[in-house]
Design a protein around this ligand. Structure first.
Ligand SMILES: *Cc1c(COP(=O)(O)O)cnc(C)c1O
Length: 381
């Protein structure tokens, strides 16, 4: 028998997720919001890092209140963390009240229809299954409008039901000095006067960092746990979580005047050298990371040297300029850092005109995943 490479070696790259860094980020946010409870938002597969791997680490770090977007994410999380409190931001799926209640999953009740269905189920079962209620204070996304408050209060009174939490969401938290933040906070505090003794929550990562007035009783950070920049114009204090290394498949010389890739939009002024990497759209490289002669694209790193993308991103391939890389480093099999110590998620995001959220959640890919620095499982309840 000839020796075959194991399938694990055949992936187009290695995605490393630093679980210890996620724990430290949660603890740092927990310190900032001392006096309030610190939740953890782990929707969209924990921002692409893997819900099932990340949730127990956050629990071990001290998190007890978790937020996901959909009920199937919540059920998966419930299996991983029997003793946690789980909220579903996107609410109650019609006809699914029994499924939520059985798994002790709390819907965020965003509309009158959701309140009616949930309270109907509670009355039918004779049990006040916990849920949160969302009030819209200016985002115009999910939640009850302020003029629906009397209707909500009437439904709650009729059923003799008190919510576990009330919440709202800020539209401009990433710009802390934006007037809309103070307006929304003040509107939400007026809502909260109708719910004395019920915990209130309005802060995402950015608002948690923006200061104590936004902390209320519980903060809900997401992106900052994963090392992303929450506040636009500030230095990001969080520890990076994700690293991605991809090996070169081929190196070639390019003569002055020649072009690289689809569309022939990037031409070399003088002779140079490029390396081809085996990743593309399906692996989280966005088309907007490509370059042409008239604009630059993303930059990766090789041996500490920045290596710019040249030409368009292909479906499963991308070219980088390695002309300046020391001889011997740019060779087939050598790893290029797509994300890591030299390239952050927000560097890639800035290059593509997007935000770290999109970079992280796009990293589904065909990578081999490694989880490192696990802080160790404790009792998950
Ligand atoms: C996603 C989300 C959060 C977390 O936001 P980050 O900016 O990732 O911290 C908090 N609250 C709601 C309602 C959300 O949808």
């Amino acid at each position: 028998m000839t020796q075959h490479a194991q399938p694990a070696d055949l992936a187009p790259g290695r995605l490393t997720i630093d679980l210890g860094a996620i724990a430290r980020n949660w603890q740092a946010l927990n310190k900032i919001s001392a006096g309030a409870l610190t939740g953890a938002v782990i929707k969209s597969d924990a921002y692409g890092t893997g819900l099932r791997a990340v949730a127990p680490v956050l629990f071990a770090a001290g998190a007890r209140f978790f937020f996901v977007a959909t009920p199937d994410e919540a059920l998966s999380l419930r299996e991983a963390l029997p003793g946690s409190h789980i909220f579903v931001f996107n609410g109650l799926w019609p006809g699914a009240a029994a499924t939520y209640a059985r798994a002790r999953i709390m819907p965020v009740l965003n509309s009158i229809e959701m309140v009616e269905e949930w309270l109907g189920y509670c009355v039918e079962k004779g049990e006040a299954f916990p849920a949160a209620i969302h009030f819209d204070t200016g985002m115009n996304r999910l939640g009850h409008s302020v003029d629906e408050i009397p209707a909500v209060l009437a439904l709650l009174a009729r059923a003799g039901y008190a919510p576990q939490m009330i919440m709202s969401h800020l539209a401009c938290a990433d710009i802390p000095e934006h007037d809309k933040n103070r307006q929304q906070l003040s509107a939400f505090k007026s809502v909260a006067t109708h719910f004395p003794d019920i915990p209130a929550s309005i802060a995402n990562s950015a608002a948690t960092m923006a200061g104590r007035p936004y902390h209320l009783q519980l903060v809900r950070p997401g992106i900052a746990l994963f090392g992303g920049r929450a506040i636009m114009a500030r230095t990001n204090p969080m520890v990076p979580v994700v690293a991605l290394e991809v090996p070169i498949v081929q190196v070639r010389t390019v003569k002055g005047g020649e072009t690289v890739g689809y569309g022939a939009g990037h031409s070399f002024e003088r002779d140079g050298k490029i390396a081809i990497l085996p990743l593309g759209y399906g692996d989280g490289l966005l088309r907007a990371m490509g370059s042409a002669t008239t604009y630059t694209g993303a930059r990766f790193a090789l041996g500490g040297t920045r290596v710019p993308v040249v030409g368009r991103i292909s479906m499963d391939l991308v070219a980088i300029d390695v002309t300046e890389v020391p001889e011997g480093l740019a060779a087939p099999g050598r790893d290029v850092e797509i994300l890591g110590a030299n390239v952050g998620i927000d560097d890639l995001a800035d290059a593509a005109g997007t935000i770290g959220y999109e970079i992280l959640t796009a990293l589904q890919g065909r990578y081999r995943r490694f989880y490192v620095n696990d802080i160790g499982m404790t009792d998950t309840g």
